[in-house]
Design a protein around this ligand. Structure first.
Ligand SMILES: [Zn+2]
Length: 293
């Protein structure tokens, strides 16, 4: 995506992977391909590859520069985690992306995870001499407390769950707390007067979006509150990875109602470039339009 200026805050992103990914019928619960054929026709051209019937899904990290801090929001899948295909992404695109931002790991002040799924906290840590250590030595890592505790509980019970727990928590989250670099916060947390949170549980137990407000402008870094434009047309549609699919739909609807027909920009992690969009009310659900200027 292009650099986005929100008052005094700038937001950019860099990607770990890009391009066509899953088919909606393999990803959304109860998805009926024929019933949704008209919805697919309404999509922005970037988000769907018609020839293969697959959604275009990007994995990216946002760089939020407030007047006081450099913050990374969500850290993709990471390196050396031992995941099998298709989650064994090469590490270089992400590392090159960080460098292209003019950033070294030590320059990052805060790392924030919207939630603790496999593709949102991977680069939190790196493997050094067989141990997981924080990738960003000077950063505080902000986790929603309830989110952290839910995955901790599952991991300690030895339970695997799609998208998280098990090795994900042990590799990417616990070492941060052990290193003394974690801030476990509630949803009313504010990093500074430009950077707050919106509690959007459902996709995961304590999912939060980032609420950026500055100079009378507003942008929401949305994590996995939404994965694809199809969910604007039908916000009740949740994914096979959702913790509580019904609650995920309710959280989505609440945010959509808050921002519909306003200038608020939304940045969903998995939307391909130009990534940033706005919502307006439509005959069927909500109309998503990319900001292209
Ligand atoms: Zn995700």
């Amino acid at each position: 995506m292009k650099r986005l200026q929100v008052g005094d805050v700038s937001i950019t992103s860099f990607a770990e992977r890009d391009g066509p990914w899953r088919r909606p019928e393999d990803f959304f619960l109860g998805y009926q391909t024929e019933a949704k054929a008209a919805d697919v026709e309404m999509l922005e051209p970037e988000v769907f590859e018609k020839s293969s019937g697959r959604m275009v899904i990007t994995y990216q990290t946002f760089v939020v520069r407030t007047p006081k801090h450099v913050v990374l929001v969500d850290t993709c899948t990471g390196e050396d985690k031992g995941y099998g295909p298709p989650m064994d992404f090469p590490k270089q695109p992400w590392l090159d992306g960080l460098a292209a931002e003019g950033l070294k790991p030590e320059d990052v002040d805060y790392v924030f995870c919207t939630h603790l799924h496999i593709d949102h906290c991977g680069w939190n840590t790196k493997l050094v001499n067989g141990e997981w250590v924080p990738t960003f030595p000077n950063a505080k890592y902000i986790f929603h407390k309830g989110e952290y505790e839910a995955w901790e509980e599952l991991a300690k019970k030895g339970e695997e769950r799609m998208g998280g727990a098990g090795g994900v928590w042990k590799m990417n989250c616990e070492p941060i707390v052990k290193a003394g670099q974690a801030l476990l916060v509630d949803a009313d947390f504010k990093l500074d007067d430009t950077f707050g949170l919106i509690f959007t549980p459902g996709h995961s137990p304590g999912h939060v979006c980032v609420d950026i407000r500055s100079g009378g402008q507003r942008a929401i870094v949305a994590g996995d509150m939404m994965h694809h434009q199809l969910q604007c047309i039908d916000p009740t549609m949740s994914t096979i990875f959702c913790w509580d699919p019904k609650q995920a739909g309710e959280s989505r609807r609440k945010v959509f109602e808050d921002v519909v027909d306003t200038d608020t920009m939304i940045l969903p992690i998995h939307f391909p470039s130009p990534t940033v969009g706005r919502l307006s009310r439509a005959e069927k659900g909500y109309q998503w339009k990319f900001v292209r200027s």
